[in-house]
Design a binder for this molecule. Structure first.
Ligand SMILES: Nc1nc2c(ncn2[C@@H]2O[C@H](COP(=O)(O)OP(=O)(O)OP(=O)(O)O)[C@@H](O)[C@H]2O)c(=O)[nH]1
Ligand SMILES: [Mg+2]
Length: 575
């Protein structure tokens, strides 16, 4: 690019820096190699010669059109798909051809117009040879002005329509060349076809295109010695248009706008990707919150339920206390003094009438409590697993098949998969008996420790039996002692009171021991169950939260660039 004003120079610096920033943003986000390459070559293009790219369906006359424009038949023409590679036509004093790569041929020719612009001939879009379309597609982002050649005998075929959309998406300026107008019988036909093209492009792209009808064949003939064919070829209007677009300011404007168009296209596309990921992760977070909430409710339920069950145990002990009182009322009487002397018998009666099967009842209650805890824990795991499985399935339909998302999708799915598999394994291999046994052992050890009893291999029931026996020995001990010391009526009521008090104290103590140790043990188990679940889903939770933070940074960065690029575009368009 030659002489730029100071302002233009500043804008160009801004534009380069924005596009470079976008490039970095794409690298950070993990944009596809192809998109990064496109952007890179678009940035390079700012400094390149103006590039006029000719596209259209095969056989529409692209090569013939370029020959006519140059005034010399330097490109091959033919009725079957003829051009099979990209031909870049550039100025050089010497006429020569150089193979650039398997898809690209450089043709140099000493033609005046090539001093201003480079022209690119492309293979025609074609339903049969798909590869041609791919090759051509890759060239679109690099172009400054696209001439779309369509033939008068089949204007705007199906393959041309989808192609037009992709040109528009890159933000390219588009001119339509309606070629082979010499095939029309009269002007009326031409006007009809022109209208047909205008209406279709209007509804397809929402733009009113500039359409130039020409006969490339006659134009070339005119330039090669048959000047009478020139007016009818209508070539002059098109050449004038190209020259106007290419005049200094127009060319600079397009030069500036083209890379911006590419940048805006990429920014828009990546913002969509970012948004779809954020949306997906938001749903993930919702699900995790859901699990968290459930776990909280679970814990509250467990604590409440524990209190109910503990109250049952207290009731059993309360019943025992009541029976004890009756026992003392009946036995601590003068008439029974002789019976009271028999220590073994009194202890047996106490055990039979007062203690009864209290140890067994308590053991049963604790067993039930354990089963209930194990069952709830199991069901909690199952709920988590169901959540993850559902998440996996719902996501399957929403997959964004874009290659840009491949890695992200893979990572995320892999995590859900792993966590779900782990939860699944817990559910499938859940050993209720083993879990229950472990909790029972814990509870029993806790009770034993609080009562300072050496346990060994006994069960909770036996343990409580031991406690109750100690209790009965202690309490009936008072009776025996008092019987020996009985001297009169006055002492017995006092003794009875003392025995009652002492029994109540002992039972309270037993209940406190049981409650404290069972409570701490059960709470510990509930917490342990919860933390196991939390640990299992933690990798997924962490992934979701950190990705979401990253994405919002990406989003901010790209939206900001988008805003700045749009701003610059508006400024340039006002020139
Ligand atoms: N009647 C008429 N025929 C033309 C005109 N321009 C080109 N043709 C013929 O149309 C056929 C295709 O022309 P090409 O220039 O090879 O078309 P193309 O678009 O380059 O085709 P591919 O390279 O295969 O994509 C040739 O037989 C040309 O002679 C024209 O203005 N009028
Ligand atoms: Mg061709």
């Amino acid at each position: 690019m030659q002489i730029l004003s100071k302002d233009q120079d500043d804008l160009l610096i801004q534009e380069r820096s924005m596009l470079n920033d976008l490039q970095l943003a794409l690298v950070r986000f993990g944009g596809s190699d192809e998109d990064q390459e496109t952007l890179k070559s678009s940035i390079r293009q700012i400094d390149d010669l103006f590039l006029l790219v000719i596209v259209g369906e095969f056989n529409s006359g692209k090569s013939s059109f370029i020959n006519a424009l140059i005034g010399e038949k330097i490109l091959k023409e033919g009725v079957t798909p003829t051009t099979t590679q990209i031909n870049i036509i550039r100025y050089d004093a010497q006429k020569k051809e150089t193979v650039l790569d398997s898809h690209t041929l450089l043709i140099n020719a000493p033609v005046e117009i090539l001093k201003e612009i480079s022209i690119v001939d492309t293979p025609g879009t074609n339903a049969i040879i798909r590869e041609h379309e791919t090759i051509t597609n890759k060239f679109i982002p690099r172009s400054d002005l696209v001439l779309f050649v369509t033939s008068s005998d089949r204007p705007l075929s199906e393959s041309e329509r989808s192609f037009l959309e992709s040109i528009r998406d890159w933000g390219k300026k588009l001119v339509i060349v309606l070629n082979k107008t010499d095939l029309f019988q009269n002007d009326e036909e031409l006007v009809q076809v022109k209208e047909f093209i205008r209406d279709n492009i209007q509804s397809l792209l929402q733009i009113t295109p500039e359409i130039y009808p020409v006969s490339s064949r006659n134009a070339l003939l005119a330039k090669q010695g048959q000047p009478h064919l020139w007016p009818g070829s209508r070539f002059e209007a098109l050449e004038n248009h190209i020259h106007t677009v290419l005049d200094e300011s127009g060319r600079i404007k397009l030069k500036f706008l083209n890379p911006l168009g590419v940048g805006l296209n990429l920014a828009g596309r990546y913002l969509e990707v970012v948004d779809s990921r954020i949306h997906l992760l938001n749903e993930d977070v919702e699900m995790i919150d859901n699990i968290d909430r459930q776990l909280l409710v679970y814990k509250e339920d467990m604590v409440k339920d524990f209190e109910f069950r503990m109250a049952d145990i207290e009731n059993i002990l309360f019943g025992m206390e009541q029976r004890g009182q009756i026992f003392f009322d009946e036995n601590l009487r003068l008439a029974r003094v002789l019976d009271l002397m028999n220590k073994t018998r009194i202890q047996k009666t106490f055990a039979d009438e007062v203690i009864r099967d209290v140890p067994k009842q308590i053991e049963q209650k604790v067993d039930e409590m354990i089963d209930w805890l194990v069952d709830r824990d199991f069901r909690q795991w199952k709920a988590v697993m169901d959540h993850l499985t559902t998440r996996k399935i719902t996501h399957k339909d929403k997959i964004i098949g874009d290659p840009i998302n491949a890695q992200f999708n893979f990572n995320r799915e892999h995590l859900i998969e792993t966590v779900a598999r782990e939860a699944n394994q817990v559910v499938e291999q859940y050993d209720r008996q083993g879990e229950a046994q472990a909790i029972a052992d814990g509870a029993q050890n806790a009770v034993a420790a609080s009562a300072a009893i050496e346990v060994g291999a006994i069960g909770l029931g036996t343990l409580i039996t031991i406690l109750a026996t100690t209790l009965s020995a202690d309490v009936t001990g008072i009776l025996v002692a008092s019987a020996v010391a009985v001297l009169g009526l006055f002492i017995i009521p006092a003794r009875r009171r003392k025995a009652n008090l002492e029994m109540k104290e002992k039972i309270d103590q037993l209940r406190d021991q049981l409650e404290t140790s069972l409570r701490s043990n059960f709470m510990k188990e509930i917490e342990r169950g919860l933390s196991r679940i939390n640990t299992a889903i933690e990798p997924y939770t962490r992934f979701v939260r950190s990705e979401r933070t990253n994405l919002s940074t990406n989003k901010e960065e790209i939206s900001d660039l988008q805003r700045r690029m749009l701003n610059l575009k508006n400024q340039i368009e006002k020139w």
